[in-house]
Design a protein around this ligand. Structure first.
Ligand code: SF4
Length: 390
């Protein structure tokens, strides 16, 4: 079922590990909201099914939006789409934004799920990451959100940082369990090029990130989550029964979604599109009357000036399906591969055999999944099964 993703490309400060698209200048926030609303109107027909199962405000930092700005989005979405009953409406929020007043304001909007970027409950980690919040705010925002009735929460945590000892990682998880948060996403600290962390490590100003350290903490994570009744329904995502994320799960199941805002991606089953990751260019292109004309005209030919399109070949579809399938609880369905072509099923079974034999993957009837031993290596294992177009 379709969903909408809205990328709010602003942050108060740059986290050292982050390679998402954002600007730390909030000068054009109001203009950006109006431009995104314009894009939403112009591209509403991208989704054939107008009944939405999910809306996701990501970023960047969507909790920088005022109540009025959020309501502008909901007004426009309401004109173009209908929301199914129980639609999931998630807003990513940073702890330093989630004051009591802000949470009360969010409760007045249709937002019914908060995704909170806690990352760690320890000062040492938060300073290393250059987060805008401190350890006290990490706890306070959860307490305030729960007290205000936001039961549907998810928290992000980072493991594998050189500042995170095993004892601190265990404590981070225990604190999250203590709040009974129904959904937790945990990511290994990765060092992406063009981030401050990459340069600090390269210049020897920061200790490197060790894969064995992250692998060990991943093992601790999987065991602790299981012990507390969480289901690992995707490599990095853990939920109590009944709390799988609708929006994220729809990505992994290949449902269509419309991405609005700079750098946002869209998918309609045939192609992927991504908007320009540049706020000034996006504002210029989306708001220009001339471009809007071509925008409208070219929606059908999918050559809008501020985004690029990639049509998926049969090999791309196979690779994407295997990549996401191996990361999730739903696994890779052999029947689905057969529908793509028997040669894909044969190729997959041949390539996955060594992992079935060494215990990193398992087969149950028509489904192949990774075992705990294979999950940390999911992307590498998937890559071994890929096909190329040639
Ligand atoms: S708040 Fe989120 S999007 Fe912004 S810099 Fe930090 S990690 Fe990146």
């Amino acid at each position: 079922m379709p969903g909408i993703y809205l990328h709010i490309p602003f942050c108060k400060q740059a986290c050292h590990y982050c390679n998402f698209h954002f600007s730390t200048s909030l000068k054009y926030k109001a203009e950006m909201v109006e431009a995104m609303i314009r894009e939403l109107r112009l591209r509403q027909d991208y989704l054939v099914d107008k009944e939405l199962d999910s809306i996701y405000f990501g970023g960047g930092t969507p909790s920088l939006l005022t109540e009025g700005e959020l309501m502008r989005f909901f007004e426009e979405i309401g004109k173009c789409f209908t929301l199914r009953p129980n639609a999931e409406i998630t807003l990513e929020a940073n702890p330093d934004d989630l004051t009591k007043e802000k949470i009360a304001a969010l409760r007045r909007t249709p937002v019914n799920r908060l995704s909170i970027g806690i990352q760690s409950f320890f000062e040492e980690d938060l300073r290393f990451f250059n987060r805008a919040h401190d350890a006290r705010e990490a706890r306070a925002c959860l307490e305030e959100a729960l007290a205000a009735g936001f039961g549907n929460l998810t928290a992000d945590l980072i493991y594998g940082s050189p500042t995170t000892s095993d004892a601190h990682w265990e404590e981070n998880l225990n604190i999250a369990f203590g709040y009974k948060i129904p959904h937790v996403s945990c990511y290994a600290l990765t060092v992406e090029e063009r981030t401050a962390l990459f340069h600090f490590i390269k210049r020897g100003q920061s200790p490197p990130v060790q894969e064995e350290h992250a692998a060990r903490q991943f093992e601790m994570l999987v065991a602790a989550m299981r012990g507390h009744g969480y289901i690992q329904y995707e490599i990095s995502n853990f939920a109590l029964p009944g709390h799988f994320a609708i929006h994220n799960a729809s990505y992994w199941k290949g449902e269509p979604y419309l991405g609005i805002g700079p750098s946002a991606h869209s998918y309609n089953g045939e192609s992927r599109q991504w908007n320009v990751a540049n706020n000034a260019k996006y504002l210029r292109e989306v708001t220009s009357p001339f471009q809007a004309g071509s925008l409208l005209k070219e929606v059908s030919s999918q050559t809008m000036p501020f985004f690029e399109v990639e049509y998926l070949s049969p090999a791309d579809r196979y690779n994407e399906y295997v990549m996401t399938g191996l990361r999730t609880i739903w696994g890779v369905g052999l029947g689905r591969l057969r529908e793509m072509g028997e040669e894909y099923e044969r190729h997959f079974l041949e390539c996955i055999r060594p992992f079935l034999e060494n215990g990193q993957a398992e087969r149950a009837g028509e489904v192949v999944r990774l075992t705990d031993a294979g999950k940390f290596l999911a992307d590498g294992i998937a890559a071994e099964t890929f096909v190329s177009d040639s």
